[in-house]
Write a protein that binds this ligand. Structure first.
Ligand code: ITT
Length: 179
């Protein structure tokens, strides 16, 4: 089976990759620090980071973010920092009294084998009024995907993968690598 290193410090992300890729790849999680450039686009972060990581190929990296309509796409590329500082509770406070709860998650996967390739997945939804659910990680307890009335944190990994930003990007990755 082909090897694939998942370069991330985020155990939650890794669980999602394992759930969807382990039938096709021998996946392992690797925590390797790489340089993340300051930019307002997730794609730029991924393209630049891949150059730092050639020694660990074949590999994937993942840069993701939550973009909230009423906050002009904040926290976006700052999602990791905002999670550490404000957390889900802080986001709910920022949206107190706000009727427009629209939001989306974006995920960029960077694949480095012989070539570089980028896959993007987007999942639209809304921000809940309270923290709900025990599964997942990060902003999952406040994100309700469109067409559902439960948060990502109220879903099991396989259900989240069927509709999430990361699941959609992984589907493209699988189509590309297995074709
Ligand atoms: P890496 O080591 O892979 O970079 P990270 O946690 O720093 O891990 P990101 O910068 O991509 O990853 O993530 C930005 C933030 O958004 C971070 O706080 C994540 O927990 C959160 N996040 C990313 N994907 C998410 C998802 O599917 N559900 C909930 N929160 C998510």
């Amino acid at each position: 089976m082909k090897k694939l290193n998942v370069i991330t410090s985020n155990q939650g992300k890794y669980e999602e990759y394992k759930d969807m890729l382990a039938d096709s790849f021998s996946v392992s999680m690797k925590k390797v620090h790489y340089h993340e450039i300051q930019t307002d686009r997730l794609k730029d972060v991924v393209v630049h980071a891949l150059d730092d990581l050639v020694d660990h190929a074949p590999l994937i990296i993942d840069d993701s973010g939550l973009f909230i309509d009423a906050l002009n796409d904040f926290p976006g590329v700052y999602s990791a920092y905002v999670m550490r500082t404000l957390g889900c509770g802080g986001i709910l406070k920022l949206l107190e009294g706000e009727k427009d709860r629209g939001a989306r998650f974006e995920c960029m996967i960077g694949l480095l084998e012989e070539d570089k390739k980028i896959f993007k997945g987007v999942c639209k939804g809304s921000i809940s009024h309270e923290i709900r659910g025990e599964h997942g990680f990060g902003y999952d307890p406040i994100f309700v995907p469109s067409g559902y009335d439960i948060t990502f944190a109220e879903m099991k990994t396989d259900q989240k993968n069927e509709l999430s930003h990361r699941g959609k990007a992984m589907k493209q990755l699988l189509e590309y690598t297995l074709s």
